[in-house]
Ligand binder design. Structure first.
Ligand SMILES: NC(=O)c1ccc[n+]([C@@H]2O[C@H](COP(=O)([O-])OP(=O)(O)OC[C@H]3O[C@@H](n4cnc5c(N)ncnc54)[C@H](O)[C@@H]3O)[C@@H](O)[C@H]2O)c1
Length: 298
């Protein structure tokens, strides 16, 4: 299938990423976009978030007219039924919680209800595409497209190929990324964290170990990396903002399975932070606060 052949698409999950991916498919791709979540409330919250973002980041800045905003919203159809939403789509992207069991259940439903030609995509941050493809009758048409937050701004899409993903489908995912204004990179699903998160994770892990050894404060470690390598933000600041400590704790089981018990287990500092309630996230306490409140006095 070619990108020009796409008419209807579906997005499963209307949370943080799902609502942003539905938005870009409807706004930039101009596709009829079916957005699904488990309750009417959750799916309408997703639509409300899209409405607010379109107003704040596009209409108020003059890059989208009120008519274009209305047309974008009109293209998004809300549903709580996967079966109904995907029955005549060409492309569907799964954006549900990062849990392999939940994702496999969704892929089984997608395979049973979507037309045979439809390409089935996951926005997983690190789970295995081959395992998702294995519960379908079309593993050649299952591929990862890992969008980054916030979707409207970040230009990267990691196109992740499973063991059975066809070249044609990888090509399609790259073309669709470009069509949506993104830059694709291709990688295999045997790399936990794929490309960007794997490299950044290593850097963050080293920075955490340095804090644990009291080599320097989180602020000075970030400052060294920013000034030394001309990066806009340090790994520890970034992890605090995005709530990476809580996310890493949530993924410990996946990390141990994929990386082994040594590399996969939570760093003792991160475990101590989680236990003390320093999980990070917008406006919440993270490693900077843990250093000031606890670690520098221990
Ligand atoms: N948040 C990020 O920065 C980010 C970035 C890149 C990739 N991701 C990946 O995107 C995916 C979603 O993350 P998120 O942050 O949007 O999570 P989220 O919790 O904000 O949203 C997930 C949504 O999926 C819904 N859902 C769960 N099971 C469902 C089902 N069976 N059918 C329909 N909907 C269902 C939930 O109700 C929820 O609204 C994860 O795989 C995550 O790893 C997240």
């Amino acid at each position: 299938m070619k990108v020009d052949d796409i008419k209807k698409v579906a997005v499963i999950g209307a949370g943080t990423m799902g609502s942003q991916i539905a938005e870009i498919l409807a706004r930039v791709g101009s596709y009829e976009t079916h957005m699904v979540d488990v309750s009417d409330e959750l799916v309408s919250n997703g639509l409300k978030a899209i409405d607010e973002r379109l107003e704040r980041y596009f209409v108020s800045k003059g890059t989208l007219t009120a008519e274009e905003k209305k047309a974008t919203l009109d293209r998004i159809k809300c549903s709580t039924s996967i079966e109904e939403a995907v029955k005549d789509v060409d492309f569907v992207i799964e954006v549900v919680v990062e849990n392999l069991g939940v994702k496999k259940d969704v892929f089984k439903k997608l395979d049973a209800s979507a037309p045979q030609h439809a390409i089935l995509v996951s926005n997983t941050s690190g789970l295995n595409i081959t395992e998702m493809g294995a519960v379908t009758s079309r593993p050649d048409k299952v591929v990862g497209m890992h969008f980054f937050y916030p979707v409207a701004i970040m230009s990267l899409v990691e196109v992740v190929r499973g063991a059975h993903t066809s070249d044609e489908v990888v090509q399609f995912a790259c073309e669709l990324s470009r069509h949506l204004g993104k830059e694709p990179v291709v990688c295999k699903d045997v790399s936990y964290g794929f490309l960007a998160n794997r490299v950044y994770g290593r850097m963050t892990g080293e920075a955490v170990q340095m804090v644990w050894e009291r080599v320097a404060s989180p602020e000075d470690i970030d400052k060294a990396v920013k000034l030394g390598y001309n990066l806009p933000i340090g790994p520890l600041e970034l992890a605090d903002i995005i709530g990476a400590w809580g996310l890493t704790a949530w993924a410990e089981e996946d990390r141990i399975r994929e990386l082994g018990p040594d590399k996969g287990r939570l760093h003792p500092l991160v475990r101590a932070m989680i236990r003390a309630g320093y999980r990070g996230g917008k406006g919440k306490k993270g490693i900077y606060d843990f250093w000031n409140d606890v670690l520098s006095k221990w």
